[in-house]
Design a protein around this ligand. Structure first.
Ligand code: FPP
Length: 248
């Protein structure tokens, strides 16, 4: 990556990515959509490596949404098989790179085999202090908030939580990404300009970046462009320009 001295100043600490465009990438080459998803896994590996090298603290990737279950069963089956295969192939190398891998989403809908691979990977990498990699599978922002509300209601029933004790901070602590700072930078590839039910709560003050590049074509140089644009943004968090440092 070029000119590393300047890019490391004011790096986004947490990047969230909607990896869109695998299907179109394949269709444009006259190939089946599955080929695009396979190429998408290769792009994922390159971007995870690039984030690690840049010194990004956390990366959250949208691999399969709550709504993706509505795709044709053949594509869903292929994606699930691909996740199992990719985990089997990549986890050792992620571990060697000190990456901590965690999954967010509704696991009960996934096959037992995939659930087992996910827990094994989380266990293997649990003590790693390098890049914190979150992969969202069977995840939706509305699912996440609903789940948090359900947990709060359980606290009402079991430990007498009162309405006045339901604060933003408490709800945040019940969300899937409670352990990590909210994303600084959101990237969506594939040309669409929407959030698509990704981290609805956590993206409240995230800087949004959209690119036409299809995910399999998105490489470290494209990541660098996104980071450089982020570094030009002035983050105000609803305040006036003189006060734009991050709220405590
Ligand atoms: C969007 O392309 C991508 C997905 C639905 C998820 C698949 C992602 C991967 C296979 C890469 C990540 C893999 C791992 C193991 C984390 P699309 O099918 O929506 O493309 P389209 O908009 O062109 O149809």
């Amino acid at each position: 990556m070029s000119d590393k001295t300047t890019i490391t100043e004011q790096l986004p600490r947490h990047i969230a990515i909607v990896m869109d465009g695998n299907g179109r990438w394949a269709e444009r080459r006259g190939e089946r959509r599955n080929a695009g998803h396979r190429a998408g896994v290769n792009a994922t590996r390159r971007i995870v490596e690039a984030c690690g090298q840049l010194g990004i603290d956390a990366l959250t990737l949208f691999a399969f949404s709550s709504e993706n279950w509505q795709r044709p069963p053949s594509e869903v089956g292929m994606l699930m098989a691909l996740f199992i295969e990719a985990l089997g192939r990549e986890v050792k190398s992620l571990h060697e790179k000190n990456v901590r891998l965690q999954f967010i989403g509704e696991r009960s809908l996934l096959s037992e085999k995939l659930q087992r691979k996910m827990s094994d990977s989380e266990l293997l990498t649990a003590a790693n202090g390098g890049l914190q990699l979150y992969v969202a599978v069977s995840y939706g922002g509305r699912w996440d908030i609903t789940n948090a509300a359900r947990r709060l209601v359980e606290e009402v029933a079991h430990s007498g939580l009162t309405p006045g004790q339901v604060t933003e901070e408490r709800l945040h602590q019940c969300l899937a990404l409670a352990a990590v700072k909210d994303p600084d930078l959101f990237i969506r590839t594939g040309g669409e300009h929407r959030i698509s039910n990704f981290l609805l709560w956590n993206l409240a003050y995230t800087e949004l970046y959209f690119t036409d590049a299809l995910w399999p074509d998105f490489g470290p140089a494209d990541l660098e462009l996104a980071v450089r644009e982020y570094q030009q943004r002035q983050r105000r968090y609803g305040r006036v320009p003189q006060q734009h440092e991050e709220p405590g």
